[in-house]
Design a protein around this ligand. Structure first.
Ligand code: ZN
Length: 302
């Protein structure tokens, strides 16, 4: 069963991306050794980026979502592709703050004030770059503004990571509703009412995951959209999987070493006699001995 649904309603008024990303968020939190607060911030960003990756047109397109604020989390980065692969990074995985008054994790406090940047590499000379000022640092609201302001695409974004009594991640997911050109007013009003009356998205993800049947995302879609009149309910177009995957390799690290230039590479060879590079996304380290570094020198420019 796939964890992600792409759907459109019969009247062609909106497009829906709906996903349950519990596994990918758990993997990200485990790799980075996240506190619950860091896991929530990283998980929301990763889930949002994962859905945005599915919106890319060409197989080779790549999307990067960067949240940069003056809060203690500093920076959160997630990269995604159209196949649903995501990787993510948080500058301070140990970030911890008191719960908010409503008992929720203070993701907005961890992020602080700053900017949200989307970079889409579509194989052109220059990548597409869209940037907005953060609304709240809670990620979903920030993405909603990004779509509306930067892409002129009215959208509604919900993201959530939920923890069990044991402190472990029990459910994570995301939803993006995009209003399509020529949308029917009747449908949009029904959607607005539905969103207004909707329970906490994170709770709904947890409820859907606990329901019978293998297709948890379909459960979630029924829970959320079931109250709409029949003709405005989403019809599934495509199913995909959003999964954690890091695409780093020894070759890419070699290219990174080559790119620092002859002088700096020479310095590493003379001073350290070796190099140890760690991927910031999956934390995997790769070692380069002196001979390997010397052979890379030939490829470097001075
Ligand atoms: Zn990696």
């Amino acid at each position: 069963m796939s964890n992600t649904i792409i759907a459109v309603d019969e009247s062609g008024s909106y497009r829906l991306y709906l996903t349950i990303t519990t596994e990918a968020v758990r993997e990200a939190a485990r790799i980075h050794g996240c506190t619950p607060l860091a896991a929530a911030a990283l998980g929301r960003t990763l889930t949002g980026a994962g859905m945005m990756g599915l919106m890319l047109k060409s197989d080779t397109d790549r999307l990067t979502l960067q949240i940069k604020g003056d809060g203690p989390a500093e920076q959160i980065l997630a990269c995604a592709d159209p196949a649903g692969h995501v990787k993510a990074y948080i500058a301070d995985p140990a970030v911890d703050l008191p719960l908010k008054e409503n008992g929720k994790l203070d993701v907005g406090g961890a992020v602080g004030q700053g900017s949200l940047t989307v970079i889409k590499d579509m194989g052109m000379k220059e990548p597409y770059v869209g940037r907005i000022e953060l609304v709240s640092g809670e990620i979903a609201e920030d993405l909603t503004r990004y779509f509306t302001v930067s892409e002129q695409q009215p959208s509604s974004v919900a993201l959530g990571v939920r923890f069990g009594a044991d402190g472990e991640i029990s459910a994570a997911g995301g939803m993006i509703i995009q209003v399509l050109p020529g949308a029917s007013d009747e449908c949009l009003t029904a959607l607005e009412d539905m969103l207004f009356l909707m329970d906490s998205f994170t709770l709904l993800v947890q409820d859907a995951a606990a329901m019978e049947g293998p297709d948890k995302t379909k459960n979630l879609m029924d829970l959320i959209f079931g109250r709409l009149p029949e003709q405005f309910r989403p019809r599934v177009l495509e199913e995909k999987d959003i999964e954690w995957r890091c695409d780093c390799s020894r070759e890419r690290m070699e290219a990174a070493l080559v790119s620092i230039g002859k002088n700096d590479l020479m310095k590493i060879i003379e001073e350290d006699g070796q190099a140890e590079l760690t991927c910031q996304f999956c934390r995997k380290s790769r070692h380069f001995d002196k001979n390997e570094l010397i052979s890379l020198l030939e490829r470097a420019v001075s």
